[in-house]
Design a protein around this ligand. Structure first.
Ligand code: AMP
Length: 649
């Protein structure tokens, strides 16, 4: 039923309840006042209460019928039974005499309806988090057709189309930039807070915002295939899949229903025997059933799941398997694949050693020469020069010496870059200290090249797969959380040792071929450790599957990684820490919610049954309904607080 219908039912029932309350004999007796009399005024309460019962209460009666049909008696059954008992009893007083019950029936229905409305609103809030994701996708696109720009609905786009994305507009589909460059804001999609610079040939994600320049994008994926839709699908699947705690909540709800009916029935019998007052006995039974409603229980887990999955999705943390999310906080060891995960996965300059020349000058001469080479070493050095903001000049007489290096003239000086053999050919002597330094660096897993200027060796440059700056923090935090951090790599022992030392990781496996990684994970598990494996979803797939929790990292827009339980879109190892925290908070919230949804019953069920009547404490059904609704509100609110607790970092 639509939330607006519930609100209308709640509102109209509330209005009708006012005269019912005023013309209720039993209430008039208690308060000692008389409502204005008119012919037929004795019919006000019964007639209007019947209207409320059939108009407002029918919502619960229908729910009860479908619960019973599905053989899953629960909240709706309890409410349905409670209001039916109250209604039939009150009707019977019209014939047989006795005190009616109409005002309590109507207030009960009113409180229940409003409670339901609040609940639906909060559930809607959770699904709104999902809707916000949907809304990131624009509806119209500027299609370039025969050189003209035409506006078309996004649904008309096909792979291969070219679209124009102007500054301030959203990218309409996943694709590749074919013209222009810009910065794109992907914050809402991947959680990458800084706008990402993009140029020709770079991939763009549908839904990201073009910040400045106009770009032309060749569409690659549309509709269901796009990153955003894949994310939505994953989030929906995760929200629908059941978890251990959800199963528990369902079981508790069932038992609570049984308890409610048993205690309610017993309370009726006992009070009949003690007091012989039908009205009083019915009231107690009804209150018990209302208060014990496992209403909040139905929401306790799904709301937490809804918030945790949809908010994390927007930070680029995608949960495929919810059980794995609940498990990941308990892992003992986190195994990282080195290359591309802890390190950047590409060559970079890590050390520069100079002799009789400024570092920047050495890099400048080298880069000016290397700009003409295609070698990975050359590219890394040119990049380093750019990073340092150095002016690269034109080289003359450039020549590549295969397998040895490059030579040429830069700013009128003869420069040679490469192996010791090349240095020898150039007649440049390798001094003791430079050699010693180079050997040290090589034994630490670096690749070292020498640089000679005008026939003199001026130093050496060490290159390696550079450690990501974020890796230090990730490893440190995981260790602080008491996790064993293990590194696994196909690289040589020296390289592995160097990176492990740098990152303060004390366990590593080197020279592990891709298919052996799963075996290493299994061996850790045989030692009794629960293992999370972090790696890419392709080469490391078997290891991800073998691990207790498989985390695919840096998947970018390809989020259909079947092998992983959790997918990290960004290539930031700190997100592994975020996943652990998400796991901890999610489980904590679920447990808290289970408590708030059931714990109060320990006190309120006996109270409702009338245990405290000798001390003058009598709970009215409507008060019971308020208690029950309150627990629902607390549960919903507690789940909503997650958002702040999660991303306050
Ligand atoms: P290659 O077989 O092309 O990988 O080259 C073997 C070795 O020659 C490398 O390990 C470097 O020491 C050196 N070398 C080759 N090309 C270059 C270059 N463009 N710049 C510096 N050193 C190079």
């Amino acid at each position: 039923m639509h939330i607006r219908d519930i609100k209308r039912k709640a509102f109209i029932s509330t209005v009708l309840t006012v005269p019912v309350v005023l013309y209720s004999e039993s209430l008039q007796d208690i308060l000692g006042f008389t409502a204005p009399d008119f012919p037929g005024s004795e019919w006000v309460a019964p007639v209007l209460a019947s209207v409320v019962f059939f108009y407002g209460g029918v919502f619960f009666l229908r729910g009860a019928v479908s619960e019973i049909k599905a053989r899953k008696p629960g909240m709706m059954t309890l409410i349905g039974v409670a209001i039916s008992v109250a209604f039939l009893y009150s009707l019977s007083t019209l014939i047989f005499g006795g005190k009616e019950f109409f005002w309590e029936l109507t207030t009960l229905i009113v409180v229940m309806l409003w409670g339901h409305w609040i609940e639906m609103k909060s559930v809607l809030g959770a699904s709104r988090a999902l809707e916000e994701l949907v809304r990131l996708m624009p509806t119209r696109a500027n299609l370039i057709r025969d050189g003209d720009v035409v506006e078309v609905p996004v649904s008309d786009l096909k792979p291969g189309d070219t679209v124009l994305v102007k500054p301030g507009e959203k990218v309409p589909a996943d694709g590749v930039i074919v013209e222009g460059s810009s910065h794109l804001n992907e914050a809402m999609l991947t959680g990458e807070s800084k706008p990402v610079p993009k140029k020709k040939g770079d991939r763009v994600i549908g839904g990201s915002v073009n910040m400045e320049g106009s770009i032309k994008v060749r569409v690659e994926r549309t509709g269901e295939e796009t990153y955003l839709n894949q994310v939505l699908k994953l989030v929906k699947e995760a929200q629908e899949s059941k978890t251990r705690l959800q199963d528990m909540a369902d079981r508790v709800a069932f038992y609570l229903t049984v308890v409610a009916i048993t205690v309610g029935g017993t309370a009726f019998v006992v009070w009949m025997l003690l007091k012989g007052d039908v009205r009083f006995a019915v009231e107690r039974a009804v209150t018990v059933m209302v208060i014990a409603c496992p209403h909040a229980l139905g929401l306790a887990i799904p709301l937490v799941v809804a918030f945790s999955t949809s908010y994390s999705a927007r930070k680029g943390i995608l949960v495929r398997n919810r059980l794995a999310l609940e498990r990941v906080k308990d892992v003992d060891a986190v195994v990282f694949d080195k290359t591309g995960t802890l390190t950047e996965g590409k060559f970079g300059v890590s050390e520069v050693f100079t002799k009789g020349m400024e570092e920047d000058d050495l890099i400048r001469y080298t880069a000016s020469l290397e700009r003409n080479s295609e070698h990975v070493i050359a590219q890394a050095i040119v990049e380093e020069a750019k990073r340092r903001g150095l002016n690269i000049s034109e080289a003359e007489d450039f020549r590549a010496v295969p397998g040895k290096g490059v030579v040429g003239t830069v700013e009128g000086r003869r420069v040679a870059v490469g192996t010791p053999v090349l240095m020898e050919q150039e007649g440049a002597e390798l001094q003791e200290d430079v050699l010693k330094r180079a050997e040290d660096l090589e034994s630490a897993g670096r690749t070292v090249i020498f640089v000679a200027v005008d026939g003199k060796v001026r130093g050496c440059i060490a290159l390696s797969d550079r450690v990501r700056p974020e890796s230090y923090e990730a490893v440190r935090e995981l260790r602080n959380m008491g996790k064993r951090v293990v590194m696994i790599t196909g690289d040589s022992e020296e390289v592995a040792r160097a990176v492990a030392k740098e990152l303060n990781i004390d366990e590593f496996f080197a020279r592990v071929l891709p298919h052996e990684k799963a075996e290493r994970v299994r061996r850790l598990q045989e030692k009794g450790l629960k293992v999370a494996m972090v790696g890419d979803g392709i080469n490391d797939a078997p290891a991800l599957v073998q691990a207790d929790v498989g985390v695919a990292i840096g998947s970018g827009t390809d989020v259909a990684v079947e092998s992983a339980d959790i997918i990290l879109v960004k290539n930031d190892p700190r997100d592994v820490v975020a996943v652990m925290k998400l796991s901890e908070l999610t489980v904590k919230k679920m447990v808290q919610n289970l408590f708030w949804a059931t714990g109060y019953n320990v006190v309120t069920i006996p109270l409702a049954a009338g245990v405290a009547v000798p001390w003058g404490v009598v709970l009215k059904p409507a008060v019971g309904a308020i208690f029950m609704s309150l627990s629902t509100v607390i549960v919903a609110f507690n789940a909503m607080l997650m958002r702040r607790q999660l991303w306050s970092r």
